[in-house]
Design a protein around this ligand. Structure first.
Ligand code: HEC
Ligand code: HEC
Ligand code: HEC
Ligand code: HEC
Ligand code: HEC
Length: 369
């Protein structure tokens, strides 16, 4: 009996050293943090798995780790609460996300995110350091009431305060050729705009069913899939009229490129309404195309950026239209995007999936002359 006990202990600590922890289910938080739970439940963090995110699944299906190795290295960021994350991450092992494994389908769960103690910076991609204290969830409080469920007297963690909590997964991801597939500039400052202040604004409703607070930070994580209306204020559209042309200015106030994932393509659509006449102008595309040998390629094949017209961090871009406007003209400006570049739909077999083919209207404005 004694020997068996020791063996279990030894193998457990070996797993723990590899970074596999067990996390409370997000369902556990629901009873008290009902509104936060509901927001989270429909966010991409709760839906980051191949079974729940069709676009992720389409890319994963073609990935060599899937086709050749049967191993899900993506788990580091897409299923970080997985009970066999160590196997997913280890070459030579076989471990893929399963529909019936709750720890896989938990996505980036409440307890996972709130147990990130610090972040290690690495060249390929960063690493989240997880606290081993199961029920101590980090936040921003240096004092507070106690919860019947967990410790909240002192939860403050600098990374929650300055927004750096997000950069363990979001800062960058480099492929084998050393190409950064995605990069998010990470100049976060406490108090200033940062990942948390822009993507998790304060909204109505208490922090918990027990508390008397009137607001809480939004856990729906506004982004390209969901709630992009909450981010509209960070992109300005304006019109400059000259005698023989006009300019539409697009100003991206975000601290990172307008869209980040290389699958995305943003479109600026401009139309002049002159009396009864509609005069659509040529669409302007904002896109970053990665590839190899001069052709677009999948993220694991690409070794260079072929083209990058994406709106950069803090960039103000002028787009010129060679039309002289007349008194009474209306200029309709629409900025939106496709989650999947229409050119990539067929290779990914997504041409019949609405989420991949639909145009997302981000912001629209009408200027009158
Ligand atoms: C270092 C962390 C990290 C790893 C590892 C990672 N991803 Fe991601 N992935 C992200 C983040 C963060 C996003 C959200 C980016 C955004 O929306 O701009 C994302 C988004 C995506 C998307 C877009 C999904 C959508 O619904 O639009 C696809 C596709 C994707 N990842 C595929 C993969 C695949 C396949 C792997 C494994 C081979 C993988 N990722 C590994 C962090 C990671
Ligand atoms: C029995 C009720 C209860 C349950 C269950 C519960 N909490 Fe809480 N939690 C509270 C209370 C009460 C507070 C204090 C905040 C308030 O309501 O004003 C709180 C506060 C927090 C905070 C805020 C810390 C800060 O610094 O702002 C975090 C983070 C948190 N809970 C995470 C979780 C997570 C994750 C779960 C599920 C694994 C969970 N809670 C489950 C009652 C609960
Ligand atoms: C454990 C890794 C991880 C951490 C930590 C993390 N994210 Fe994410 N995030 C992801 C992944 C993976 C996706 C893409 C999910 C998908 O589309 O399948 C994502 C998607 C998003 C999106 C896109 C949502 C949409 O509608 O398209 C936003 C916005 C976002 N995260 C913001 C944040 C913020 C803000 C933080 C910090 C508070 C954060 N993330 C922390 C992994 C992480
Ligand atoms: C000043 C506000 C602001 C700050 C600061 C900011 N963002 Fe964004 N973020 C935006 C805007 C605007 C968009 C584009 C609109 C959209 O995707 O709906 C966006 C989009 C995103 C997306 C979706 C991109 C895609 O291609 O799917 C992710 C993921 C994201 N931000 C994560 C982060 C992270 C992580 C940080 C911190 C390092 C951060 N953001 C800081 C405003 C901000
Ligand atoms: C991607 C990471 C991430 C995930 C997933 C996440 N949170 Fe949070 N949460 C944060 C950050 C960052 C803050 C701190 C924001 C602040 O106070 O400025 C926060 C704040 C909180 C707070 C305090 C809210 C307030 O307004 O003071 C509670 C409670 C909480 N989270 C509970 C939860 C619960 C419950 C879940 C799952 C249903 C969850 N969180 C999922 C990152 C996350």
């Amino acid at each position: 009996m004694k020997i068996l006990f020791v063996m279990i202990l030894v193998s457990f600590s070996a797993i723990a050293n590899d970074g596999v922890y067990s996390f409370a289910k997000s369902d556990t938080c629901k009873a008290c943090h009902t509104q936060i739970f509901d927001e989270f439940f429909s966010s991409m963090h709760a839906n980051s798995t191949p079974q729940k995110d069709m676009i992720h699944n389409a890319v994963w299906s073609k990935h060599p780790q899937n086709v050749k190795q049967n191993r899900y290295g993506c788990g580091k960021c897409h299923t970080p609460a997985a009970d066999n994350l160590d196997k997913m991450m280890a070459k030579g092992q076989q471990a893929i996300p399963m529909q019936d494994n709750e720890t896989h389908q938990a996505g980036i769960s409440c307890a996972y995110c709130h147990r990130i103690k610090s972040i290690q910076l690495h060249q390929k991609s960063n690493i989240n350091v997880i606290s081993s204290a199961e029920k101590h969830y980090f936040g921003t409080r240096d004092s507070g009431v106690t919860s019947p469920y967990h410790e909240i007297i002192k939860t403050d963690n600098e990374h929650f305060k300055n927004g750096n909590l997000c950069i363990g997964c979001h800062s960058h991801k480099q492929n084998k050729s050393g190409l950064n597939v995605c990069t998010t500039e990470i100049q976060n400052t406490e108090g200033g705009p940062n990942c948390v202040s822009c993507h998790m604004p304060k909204v109505k409703g208490g922090v918990s069913q027990i508390s008397t607070t009137k607001t809480h930070v939004f856990h729906g994580f506004s982004g390209a899939h969901n709630h992009s209306n909450l981010l509209q204020q960070y992109v300005d559209l304006s019109l400059y009229i000259h005698s023989n042309h006009f300019l539409v200015m697009v100003e991206n106030q975000a601290s990172h490129a307008f869209l980040l994932h290389p699958l995305r393509v943003a479109v600026l659509k401009v139309r002049i309404v002159r009396g009864e006449k509609l005069m659509p102008q040529k669409n302007e595309l904002f896109v970053r195309v990665i590839g190899k040998d001069g052709k677009p390629a999948m993220p694991w094949v690409a070794n260079t950026t072929l083209k990058d017209s994406m709106l950069k961090a803090k960039e103000k871009r002028a787009v010129k239209y060679n039309v002289s406007l007349q008194k009474g003209d209306k200029v309709e400006v629409v900025l939106g995007y496709y989650l999947v570049n229409p050119k990539a739909l067929k290779p990914l077999k997504l041409q019949n999936e609405k989420v991949a083919t639909e145009f997302h209207l981000f912001k629209q404005q009408v200027f009158e002359f």
